[in-house]
Write a protein that binds this ligand. Structure first.
Ligand code: FAD
Ligand code: UDP
Length: 402
């Protein structure tokens, strides 16, 4: 085990005005750490940064992986192309507060995400929009006509509960089968009728020409990448980062007052109530000796007989100029790292029981996508982390150090 000083080669406390160390935080005054934070993804890193910079707390941040940034980790591959090791991460939010906070650690590249789906042998916009319908059916509808077209196919469903209900009630069974059923069955290993409505509700249906994937007001990519943003976030003298280190390896070795845990909540409790199900992915990264592979950053393959769900080409996301191009195929899997909590009623019930257990352990704070067992996007995790630190500060009577 090795403590890595992430301040190396990174300007100290960037964007925070270089505050001097809080007197209470000087290493020689207290033994051990104030906080042990498990997981150096968005949840753990934002909480570490806030506790250290704002409240002078001394933090040990650990991760069992060999790098910071969690699933948002990006890196230059052997060909010098910036790729996302765990699949495409596109930043989008309506929360000005989250954008402002992250902007302390990065400049942004404007980027509006557009996705195509490969259906019936052609590439059409996804989410379904006016041109998806027109191209798929070789017709020429106006937006009003497209609305009537979908309304005529939509199946009224009184009580919309599942991911199938949501879609079929909006666009009917044929389009549901072309765009949603196969993709969802591959992605989650179960039929949309078994999944909470919230899953397919993430994807809108439009009758306009708008072909953006997200509706959020702010959509952009960190100019120098996510990992660089995390390096800057963690470049504070009160934060020590320890990689390749599982919580189980060091929990008895390090002194700390409080624990923040952003790994899977069921794992923390040794699965004592049973395993919470997660869905995983296998990423196949390929670099091709050609400038471009596909016309957009992401192309979805909803057909069930195609084993992968989507292909991402990173140069569109990052704006990097390069003679070659790097792409990633995503193959859903039950085995492997827990990437997706699976939203369905039985799992929510089991999570509630873990949550009750967590409430009986107020000395541990659970956070993040895995600690909260919620299908959170990055901005939601950042918002949760900022709020949690404010709550901790209020409960513990921290004095803001600025
Ligand atoms: P994580 O990033 O998972 O970090 C948790 C960390 O804890 C991990 O690094 C793990 O190694 C570590 N850990 C766990 N247990 C232990 C332990 N016992 N000891 C030590 N370390 C431990 N969001 C968006 O907003 N836009 C997108 O485009 C987007 N695309 C995505 C694409 C994919 C393929 C995936 C999987 C997710 C995507 N997300 C996207 C979601 C985004 O990845 C998450 O919201 C965010 O990264 C969650 O941050 P986190 O800190 O909660 O968790
Ligand atoms: N989905 C689909 N077809 C698509 C895109 C999405 O059926 O072409 C469904 C699928 O169930 C997916 C969900 O909508 O898991 C949410 O899509 P999103 O793009 O938000 O998934 P993520 O990027 O989180 O994997």
């Amino acid at each position: 085990m090795r403590i890595i000083d992430t301040t190396a080669n990174v300007p100290s406390n960037p964007g925070l005005g270089g505050h001097p160390l809080h007197p209470d935080a000087r290493e020689d005054q207290r033994k051990g750490f104030d906080y042990l934070i498990v997981g150096a993804g968005f949840a753990g890193s934002v909480m570490a940064e806030r506790l250290a910079s704002e409240y002078g707390q001394r933090v040990l941040l650990i991760d069992r992986r060999a790098h910071i940034a969690g699933n948002a980790y990006d890196e230059y591959n052997a060909h010098g192309i910036l790729i996302h090791r765990y699949g495409p991460h596109i930043f989008h939010t309506n929360a000005r507060r989250v954008l402002d906070y992250l902007s302390r650690f990065t400049a942004w590249r404007p980027y509006r995400h557009r996705v195509l789906a490969s259906v019936d042998g052609i590439l059409v916009p996804m989410p379904i929009n006016l041109s998806t319908l027109n191209r798929l059916y070789s017709i020429n509808l106006s937006p009003q006509q497209a609305e009537a077209f979908l309304a005529a196919r939509a199946e009224p469903i009184a009580d919309i509960r599942t991911s199938e209900d949501v879609v079929v009630s909006k666009i009917g069974r044929e389009l549901y089968e072309k765009f949603f059923r196969g993709y969802t069955r591959k992605q989650w290993g179960m039929d949309p009728s078994e999944l909470d409505r919230s899953v397919t509700s993430r994807v809108p249906v439009r009758t306009t020409a708008d072909d953006g994937y997200f509706n959020d007001e702010f959509q952009c990519m960190p100019l120098e990448g996510y990992t660089r943003m995390f390096q800057k976030m963690l470049a504070h003298p009160n934060i020590k980062v320890m990689l390749n280190t599982d919580y189980s390896e060091i929990r008895a070795e390090v002194g700390y007052r409080k624990l923040i845990y952003t790994g899977p909540i069921d794992e923390y409790f040794d699965h004592c109530l049973g395993k919470l199900p997660y869905r995983s992915l296998v990423f196949r990264h390929v670099t091709l000796d050609q400038k471009h592979f596909q016309p957009r950053a992401v192309v979805n393959y909803p057909a069930e007989q195609v084993p992968f769900t989507r292909i991402t080409e990173y140069k569109y996301l990052t704006g990097q100029q390069h003679a070659k191009t790097s792409i990633t195929y995503e193959y859903p899997s039950d085995e492997g790292d827990p990437y997706y909590p699976i939203p369905r009623p039985a799992n929510a019930e089991l999570f509630k029981r873990y949550e009750a257990l967590a409430e009986a352990h107020p000395e541990v704070i659970f956070a993040g996508r895995l600690g909260s067992y919620r299908y959170y996007n990055m901005d939601q995790v950042v918002a949760q982390a900022l709020s949690l630190v404010e709550r901790i500060a209020a409960t513990d009577g921290f004095v803001r150090f600025a």
